[in-house]
Design a protein around this ligand. Structure first.
Ligand code: ADP
Ligand code: MG
Length: 348
């Protein structure tokens, strides 16, 4: 963390646990009709009427999932919320509440946590979710954040990973690979900074990539768009670990195979140019980079006319039977088996 000598550094011990919780949560307001009671009691109270409730949780650990050397705390707070909301949207549900739990070491000041909560607040406001609770405790080293998100949907609107069937089209939102390259650029700058702290990096040409890494946006728009288009996906998953690994999850859970076409994978021009600069294959980057937080889903072939004109949706392949395998059809028209190289901290 780059410390500014002019900002106050209030030790957390000056507030105590309850003072800290009070301070961090004072700005949160309730806007969802399904939140009957939020922060302040032993538990929050929710009411989804006739709707089904979906719930998902994630844990982010300093040094494993993020590096505070180049991730500002505000961005970290924002991203931690996005990671969770993305899972709710991947069920084709509306996100409505989150809880935020943190473990912090005494290395962190009140001002640092205020920054983290600014990011959480901004994300909650923009995505219209209530912060309804959490937990606060100390850690002997570093920062741990766990967010749980809830949402709701009509039972028959919910989309699982396991519904893809032979002949369905495989569709992806947005474009892929940018977040991974953003991380490569930031890591390179960190190394340059270590050698010469006076170098002011010119990162203009990488702004899209860095934004995708530091400030990803979850696809809040998709459940509504799909409903408006009258498309009910047969299966869906969000892209957190990389296209390859998510395609494999969908196919494995659905017991089907796929032909994924290399030349159809949507790439931003900055992904193509920066892949070249880093001597990386842009297809590999899109397949294995991860952290795009786009959605990957399958639809019935008959629904194709409903989605084909939408610039946010790209058909990248089609589902085949299980024994035909999970394959990437290359630009040279060869089918090779897709392998997941998705980022997995357990394997490292
Ligand atoms: P308990 O002792 O029951 O765990 P706490 O004193 O930890 O209760 O929490 C008091 C209230 O503040 C609860 O509503 C809890 O959900 C909320 N809360 C605690 N920590 C956080 C946090 N980091 N962010 C948001 N809400 C929190
Ligand atoms: Mg508690």
């Amino acid at each position: 963390m780059i410390e500014d000598k002019n900002t106050p550094r209030t030790q957390l011990s000056e507030l105590g646990e309850f003072g800290l919780i009070e301070h961090l949560t004072q700005n949160f307001t309730i806007s969802q009709p399904s939140t009957l009671y939020g922060i302040g009691d032993d538990a929050a109270v929710l009411d989804f009427n006739q709707k089904k409730c979906v719930l998902s949780t994630d844990l982010l650990v300093e040094g494993v999932h993020f590096d505070l050397a180049y991730v500002p705390l505000k961005h970290l707070g924002y991203k931690a919320v996005m990671v969770n909301l993305s899972d709710i949207y991947a069920m084709n549900a509306t996100a409505s509440q989150i809880t935020v739990s943190i473990a912090v070491s005494n290395r962190f000041t009140l001002e640092a946590l205020e920054e983290l909560y600014e990011g959480i607040y901004a994300a909650a406001k923009l995505y219209n979710v209530d912060v309804i609770g959490g937990d606060t405790t100390s850690s002997t080293s570093g920062l741990i954040i766990s967010i749980t998100a809830t949402g709701f949907a009509e039972e028959d609107a919910i989309v699982y990973r396991n519904g893809a069937k032979d002949g369905d089209l495989l569709v992806v939102t947005g474009d892929l690979g940018a977040a991974y390259l953003g991380l490569q650029v930031l890591e390179r700058e960190k190394q340059v900074f270590k050698v010469n702290p006076n170098v002011q990096p010119d990162l203009d040409q990488y702004s899209y990539l860095i934004e995708r890494q530091l400030k990803p946006e979850a696809r809040k728009d998709m459940p509504g768009l799909l409903k408006a288009l009258e498309v009910q996906p047969t299966s869906m998953i969000d892209i957190s670990d990389g296209l390859s690994s998510e395609v494999i999850h969908l196919c494995t859970r659905s017991k089907v195979g796929v032909n994924l076409y290399e030349d159809k994978i949507p790439l931003d021009p900055a992904v193509i140019s920066t892949s070249e600069e880093f001597n990386l294959n842009s297809t590999t980057v899109a397949l294995n980079g991860g952290e795009d937080y786009e959605l990957l889903f399958t639809i019935d072939q008959n629904d194709y006319p409903k989605i084909k004109a939408n610039p946010n949706l790209t058909v990248i392949g089609h589902i085949v039977d299980e024994k035909s395998g999970i394959g990437l059809v290359t630009r040279a028209n060869e089918k090779i088996e897709l392998k997941a190289q998705g980022w997995n901290p357990i394997k490292e």
